[in-house]
Design a protein around this ligand. Sequence first.
Ligand code: MG
Length: 169
Amino acid sequence: METDLRVGQGWDLHRLVEGRPLVLGGVAIPYDRGLAGHSDADVLTHALIDAILGALGAGDIGTLYPDTDPTYKGASSLAFLREVVGRAARSGRTVVNADLTVVAEAPKIGPHRDAIRASLARALGVEAARVSVKAKTAEGCGSEGRGEAISASAVVLLAPAGRRGGDHQ
Ligand code: MG
């Protein structure tokens, strides 16, 4: 029987500015700057949301949660993520796994990796082993390398609910 798997990818970038908290994957990370944006500007969660919406063929985060809507000012992006996971569930789909990469010259993401995985896994409704978070620098090149911005990319696989697959592994 065919298993109707759907893959999606997402990418996002936010500028680093003074006077903002740095939130990645719903986890507050101590740093002297944070990401600029209308919501909490959680670039990693935004990439993951766009990946899920891509797999669903359901548009993008900017269409669903426009930054012109005052409702979303300062909003937690994890709440958006939970809504999008609910949207997937209503269309009969569940997350198999997600693989994410953060590109940041600083701060070091490694010490926060497990907390980020746990946070995103909770919002996705999967165990942390199904969420991968990788961190890279940009070798000093481009906006991320100069510390002007942090970017993130995400790939997610969705399967029909109840047929997530791989549970036997
Ligand atoms: Mg964004």
